[in-house]
Write a protein that binds this ligand. Structure first.
Ligand code: ZN
Length: 62
């Protein structure tokens, strides 16, 4: 017997898992990018949907 078990489709995570805490969408407009100490990059983002602004900290490679 050849029984095939179909796995439930796994959801692919968003690239960074960054979603707006206000509306849950993932579309942001970058207001400005700024380098910080320790090789970090600060990005100020604004949600395109509800206009909520969030700040993200990223590590630059290298
Ligand atoms: Zn939003």
């Amino acid at each position: 017997m050849n029984i095939r078990i179909s796995k439930p489709a796994e959801k692919l995570e968003e690239q960074r898992g960054l979603v707006c805490p206000g509306c849950g969408c993932a579309h942001f407009r970058v207001l400005y990018t700024r380098a910080a100490w320790g090789g970090r990059i600060i990005r100020r983002r604004e949600c395109r949907h509800c206009g909520r602004r969030i700040t993200t900290y990223e590590r630059s490679t290298g």
